[in-house]
Design a protein. Structure first.
Lengths: 125, 414
């Protein structure tokens, strides 16, 4: 059994939590303390087994009234996959116009998520 | 010269200005003008492309541009007048405003004014960093603007001074863009930003954070080649034996924000030393009748959700002022920051309506109770598990509890 201290990142409260973990036969969370809400408990259980993060970046837009469209993953992705996904985002080019919510990349690096636009970009006047 | 008249003029089209304008319109005021110096509305949110905005307001984690767009869409749907690329040159205590716009110089007489100009960052000059003046030294927000809005790369090996939220966010951003963030140095013994940002921006990427440590000298002639850092003692004096050189080509400063109150001062608005923002009553009116203040120009917030909420209230107050010509209640009750409280806001209340006190504590504490007392009698309180200077605390006070109050004192009891 192992004790692990974490900071819940789900909301700005940033609760300091403690998880009791069983490592064998399989990684398992036995007990969570310090969370102020249930969302936090679910996050801790996920965090111990496979930490997930939402990431944000930008993609270059051709012929847009902005040079870049800001983007994010539409769902959290495994922490370990972030740099693979970033590599695909950095090499992508899109054409204006772009609308908030547009799917700009589907399943980058085989990860079950989509890269969506978080800004409207119009066509260059 | 021709003077334009408007019932309400809002200066600044960031999250505070947008929410104030929308709220004023929804409270029935027609004649509203919002003035913004940039080409687009949304203010600083436009460059804050990370997520985590709107958890309180929309119950989802939005990025800055998405959060702004929801307000911008509503603003336009309500058909509120806006002047973009327009700079306010001056504001006087009779609410006359001079602006420089695309059409030239314009004078505007406002029935009421809402100040929502936001804040700017402390610079290397403002914290008097000795050494040479090479290129490669940026405020974290300027770096964020270059990278997120202008598609410019700013450096490869980065040191960040200050652990404010923007610095932490930029540590992650630059790492994701392929730069190496060597370290973050913080003068104080605790991080200035939110705990969640230390976790998801530094710990996730193994970026070391050195507390009670600061940058003491810049090196390099054309481009920055490195910085001298050292630990400090409890009185923030450098400990000579800990001096070391850290090579880097880029230094980001995340050393605090200063409300932009030049216009407010010109109008004779009283400012408070701790917040560097205006002193206000519970309608968020400043010391000058008809001039209101909200958002980061009033006090630096850590959550945009709180800015929107505060600004909506201010929009409502301004409408009441314009339509009912409400004058300030002469029997104002002062609120003062006492033990372990750095500041409270508003600074005076009428005692006639319920209100919310915003405050920050002076040091990290655990299991405290924020107490609001009138001559030793408790009028409101809130139990808080973790109290931290980086996190604004808000406590609701009921009017019926302070009917006879003379002075309210806010303190923390552990
Ligand atoms: S446990 Fe709940 S309240 Fe605490 S940080 Fe996580 S989500 Fe927020």
């Amino acid at each position: 059994m192992l004790k692990k201290e974490l900071v819940c990142i789900v909301c700005p409260n940033g609760c300091q939590v403690e998880a009791l973990i069983e490592e064998t036969p399989a990684l398992k969370v036995l007990e969570v303390s310090g969370c102020t809400c249930d969302k936090g408990i679910a996050w801790v259980e996920q965090e111990i087994v496979n930490p997930m993060r939402t990431i944000a970046s930008s993609i270059v837009v051709e012929q847009g009234d902005f040079e870049l469209v800001s983007v994010r993953t539409d769902t959290a992705i495994p922490l370990g996959k972030i740099f693979e996904v970033m590599d695909i985002i950095q090499h992508k080019r899109v054409k204006a116009p772009v609308t908030i919510g547009d799917r700009l990349i589907e399943n980058p690096a085989g990860v079950p998520c989509h890269i969506i636009a978080t800004r409207n970009v119009g066509v260059q006047p | 010269m021709q003077v334009i008249k408007r019932d309400l003029v809002i200066i600044g089209g960031g999250p505070a200005g947008l929410a104030a304008a929308i709220s004023a319109r929804k409270n029935g005021l027609k004649d509203i003008l919002l003035i913004e110096r940039d080409k687009i509305l949304g203010g600083i949110l436009n460059q804050c492309i990370h997520d985590g905005f709107g958890l309180h307001t929309f119950r989802e984690a939005l990025t800055g541009p998405e959060y702004a767009q929801r307000y911008i869409d509503e603003f336009h749907k309500l058909g509120i007048e806006v002047m973009l690329e327009t700079i306010v040159l001056s504001l006087d205590n009779n609410r006359q405003i001079s602006v420089s716009s695309k059409e030239g110089f314009v004078k505007i007489q406002a029935g009421a004014v809402i100040l929502s100009m936001g804040c700017r960052e402390r610079t290397a000059g403002a914290i008097s960093l000795p050494g040479t003046r090479p290129s490669g030294v940026y405020t974290a927000g300027a770096a964020q603007n270059f990278i997120n809005l202008q598609n410019k790369q700013i450096g490869n090996r980065v040191v960040i001074l200050g652990s404010g939220d923007i610095g932490l966010i930029m540590a992650r951003r630059m790492t994701l863009e392929g730069a190496t963030v060597a370290a973050v140095f913080e003068l104080l013994p605790t991080p200035s930003g939110l705990a969640r940002n230390v976790q998801q921006c530094l710990n996730d990427y193994d970026i070391p954070l050195f507390l009670s440590t600061s940058v003491f000298e810049l090196h390099g002639t054309d481009r920055l080649t490195g910085v001298t850092v050292a630990s400090v003692d409890e009185t923030f004096q450098m400990i000579e034996s800990t001096k070391r050189f850290v090579p880097c080509d880029t230094l980001l400063l995340s050393v605090g924000l200063i409300p932009e109150n030049e216009l407010s001062l010109g109008a004779g608005v009283n400012l408070e030393a701790t917040t560097s923002g205006a002193t206000v009553d519970d309608t968020y009116m400043t010391s000058v009748p008809g001039i209101f203040s909200c958002g980061n120009v009033l006090h630096v917030h850590d959550l945009v959700d709180h800015v929107s909420e505060e600004a909506a209230l201010v929009g409502q107050s301004a409408v009441r002022y314009v339509t009912q010509k409400t004058v300030r209640d002469s029997a104002s009750i002062p609120i003062e920051a006492k033990q372990d409280v750095r500041y409270v806001l508003p600074q005076t209340v009428s005692g006639k309506t319920d209100f919310t006190v915003s405050l920050r504590v002076t040091r990290p504490m655990a299991n405290g109770v924020v107490m609001i007392k009138d001559k030793g009698r408790k009028v409101a309180g809130k139990k808080i598990v973790r109290l931290h200077p980086a996190e604004m605390i808000r406590v609701k006070v009921k009017a019926k509890n302070i009917e006879t109050a003379e002075k309210l004192e806010v303190s923390v009891q552990c």
